[in-house]
Every structure is written in structure tokens, then in C-alpha cells.
Design a protein around this ligand. Structure first.
Ligand SMILES: Cc1ncc(COP(=O)(O)O)c(C=O)c1O
Length: 415
């Protein structure tokens, strides 16, 4: 049920007891982001995504800085997701070639000789949109076929975007989690290789490579922050579906700074808050979120945490937050129409929820306790990831132009 309150939060007491997370050391061995970046750098069209500062908004909210890693322009695919799918496919191909411990240049990987050695491979995946698009693009960039499974609520625009990247699309009558199950069954029958961003027992290598691939964006951000004279963010707010992106960011910083890592906050839609629920249950295990996951944040509409991501988030996330849809919608509008002097950012529903949540936390009197607990003040340098741009143009216009998902009158700051 929807609570309507903008930010509901829970403190993760376990994280306070963890000095060094073994889950982070296992998933992100030192040097991994150097490897992922050296792979991504070779992809035609690769560029660093921008890190944008919003100094005027930061000042208005009483913060030292807001830094947005803007993934809306990543390889012209409008989201960070391609970083994971491409690195996982690269690692799968290296394994198939028996060249696991070698770095193979992209040009060699896509050469006719290697293609002939590998034969025909079909990559398959379930998606809420962005991951499938990234897998489709990566498979076709490396010369392979892909089949992408989507759930019945996936918009026509998202399906088209996947098809335009060369994939066949199958629509499953169910949720994202049903699409995950179905693609696995069909892949077994057809001999396809599944590139999933979520893990399950016995299937961990590929989701680990996907998560390692995401670290490229955080290592870029670190460099970009350093260029601004900032050693590290004091806070990192990460949006989560299955939790792979959040665990990559939070794990990346834990690997770099250990106990001195930034205060980490995970943000989920209130009707798809599987990580929040897992912390609330409090037995140390991941738990599903019941219901049909009805949220405008399509990329975050996941009912089951990824177990390998969960281990990191359980160890290293300080506070879990869940928000109604209007928080994301507010974030989209603020990014799109910034204060004078701040850059404008195109941000989709899943991309914008962390900014929306940060604003409510800084502005609502009822959230003063959380503000204090997190230590958010004029010394804070907050890192956000705009994880997607305008990936669903109709819905984007409905929110940004027509004002869909309005802030309820009782939580409006500007009357
Ligand atoms: C735009 C966007 N942001 C964030 C996420 C969340 O990533 P994860 O499922 O790894 O938590 C997704 C997932 O698809 C996404 O598409």
C-alpha cells in the first residue's frame, strides 16, 4: 500500500559493525575497475559520461555540493546499463575461447577469425528495458544475435529501442521476475547464453561481471571529482531495483576507502522495495517484495534482490529509503528546469528518484532526524547517478510537460 509520505527510512544497524566487507573484496578485487575501463575504452564511441555539479541547488538545500554522474548520454544508449552487459559478454567470450587470463583487444575480439572460432552464439536476457537494450547493443557490436524478454507492462517505446539495437523481443505475461524465470527456461531449451544482471544460486559469474562492468562509471566519477579538488564524496545516494548498480557504487567506494567510505543510502520505489523489506525483516537474508510492483520507475520495478548484490548492500549501506512515484517525478522536473547557473539534465523516472529523495530530506521538517542521522549539511558533497535519460519519451512528457505524479499539496514546498 502507498504511504504517500515522501521518504520512509530504515537504518541498517549491521553496516555499523562491518569494518571491511568480505563480499566487497570477493566481488571487486583491487584493480577491477582498471580492467573494466580498459575494456570499455576500446568500444567505438566510448567517452567519459559527464559529472555535473549543481552548486546553486546545493546551496539552496544547505549542502556543500551535489554531483551528478550523468549516464543519460552513455554510448548514445541513454543509460549506464550497457557498461555491465558489454563487460559480461566480453568475459563470456574470453571464457569460451579459453583465454580467461588474457586481455583481448576489442578489434581482435570482433575479428572474423575469432568469430569463426566461436561460431554462432545467441545472448538472451530479461529486462525492464535498459539492461536488455545494453545487451542487444553489445551483442550486435560484437557480431552476435540476442533475444530479450520483457514483461507485459513494458512500454512500446522501450520495446522498440531494444529491437532497434538488433534484438528479437519476447513479451512475457507477468512481472520482471517472471520474465527472468521464463528466459532461463527457454535459454536452456535453445542453448542460449543468459546475460542477467541479477544472480541466483549456481549463476553468479555473469551477474558479477555485469556489476564489475558498472564500476567504470564510478572510477570515472572519482577522477572527475578529484579534478574538482574533492577526494571523495561524503554521501552517495543510489537507486536500486535488484541492487546491482547500488552495490557496485557502494562496493567500489568501500573497496577504495574501507571504514572511511561515504555514507551510503539506497533508494527504492515504495511498491517495489525488496531491499528495504529485507532489512526490515532483519534475518540477514534477501526477501522478495510482494505485489505487482506498480511504479513509474520502470528500471527499479524489481521484486527480488540479487543475492550477490544483497551481500554488499547489507554490509555497507547505512540507510535504506523507499519513496512514492511523485518523488521521482519531482526529481525529473528539477533536473529538467534547474536553478539559474546550474546545468540542465535529462533524467528519466529511475534516474531522478535520488535527487527527489535528497530534496525532500533537506526540505521537510518531518525529516530533520534523518538529515541529522546522515550528517547532511553545508560540508556534504553528495554523489548521485542519473542512471537514465529519456528512455520512455511518452511517459517522460507526461511527467515533465503535463505534470503527472504531482507532489501532494501537503508536501509541496512552493505554493
Ligand atoms: C535506469 C535504471 N536505473 C537504475 C536501475 C537499477 O539497477 P539494479 O537493478 O541493478 O538495482 C536500473 C535497472 O534496470 C535502471 O534501468
Amino acid at each position: 500500500m502507498s504511504s504517500n509520505f515522501p521518504v520512509t527510512w530504515i537504518v541498517n544497524e549491521h553496516a555499523r559493525t562491518v569494518r571491511r566487507s568480505p563480499a566487497v573484496d570477493e566481488l571487486f578485487p583491487p584493480g577491477i575497475s582498471r580492467l573494466t575501463r580498459s575494456f570499455h575504452r576500446q568500444i567505438p564511441g566510448y567517452r567519459l559520461s559527464p559529472l555535473k555539479g549543481l552548486p546553486n541547488l546545493a546551496q539552496m538545500l544547505g549542502l556543500g555540493g551535489i554531483w551528478v554522474k550523468d549516464e543519460s548520454v552513455r554510448l548514445a544508449l541513454s543509460s549506464f546499463k550497457v557498461l555491465g552487459g558489454s563487460f559480461a559478454i566480453y568475459r563470456v567470450l574470453k571464457t569460451m575461447l579459453g583465454m580467461d587470463h588474457l586481455e583481448i583487444p576489442f578489434t581482435e575480439l570482433t575479428s572474423p577469425e575469432i568469430k569463426q572460432k566461436l561460431g554462432d552464439i545467441t545472448f538472451a536476457s530479461a529486462t525492464d528495458g535498459n539492461h536488455g537494450r545494453g545487451v542487444a547493443w553489445s551483442a550486435s557490436a560484437m557480431g552476435f544475435r540476442s533475444v530479450i524478454y520483457v514483461h507485459k507492462h513494458t512500454s512500446e517505446a522501450r520495446i522498440k529501442a531494444i529491437q532497434n539495437n538488433g534484438a528479437e523481443v519476447v513479451v512475457v505475461d507477468g512481472t520482471y521476475d517472471d520474465a527472468v524465470r521464463q528466459v532461463n527456461e527457454d535459454a536452456q531449451k535453445n542453448g542460449w547464453t543468459v546475460i542477467s544482471d541479477t544472480s541466483w544460486e549456481g549463476y553468479e559469474d555473469i551477474p558479477r561481471w555485469v556489476m564489475q562492468g558498472y564500476t567504470t562509471l564510478f572510477s570515472e566519477a572519482q577522477e572527475q571529482l578529484a579534478a574538482q579538488g574533492i577526494v571523495k564524496p561524503t554521501h552517495i545516494f543510489m537507486q536500486a531495483g535488484v541492487g546491482a548498480l547500488a552495490a557496485s557504487g557502494i562496493g567500489f567506494y568501500h573497496q577504495l576507502f574501507g571504514e572511511q567510505d561515504p555514507t551510503a543510502v539506497v533508494v527504492e520505489p515504495e511498491l517495489a522495495a525488496c531491499l528495504y523489506r529485507s532489512i526490515e525483516i532483519g534475518d540477514g537474508k534477501p526477501h522478495p517484495f510482494p505485489g505487482d510492483l506498480n511504479t513509474i520507475m520502470a528500471g527499479l520495478a524489481c521484486g527480488e534482490p540479487s543475492p550477490i548484490a544483497w551481500k554488499i548492500l547489507r554490509d555497507c549501506t547505512d540507510v535504506f529509503i523507499k519513496c512514492p512515484d511523485y518523488v521521482a517525478a519531482k526529481g525529473m522536473r528539477v533536473y529538467g528546469v534547474p536553478l539559474r547557473g546550474d546545468p540542465f539534465i535529462v533524467s528519466g523516472e529511475s534516474g531522478a528518484v535520488t535527487l527527489g529523495a535528497l530534496m525532500f530530506i533537506m526540505e521537510r521538517p518531518e525529516l530533520a532526524d534523518l538529515r541529522e542521522l546522515l550528517g547532511l549539511d553545508e560540508n556534504s558533497q553528495v554523489l548521485l547517478v542519473n542512471s537514465e535519460g529519456n528512455t520512455d519519451p511518452n511517459h517522460f512528457r507526461r511527467v515533465v510537460w503535463d505534470g503527472a505524479a504531482p507532489v501532494p499539496p501537503e508536501y509541496k514546498e512552493y505554493n
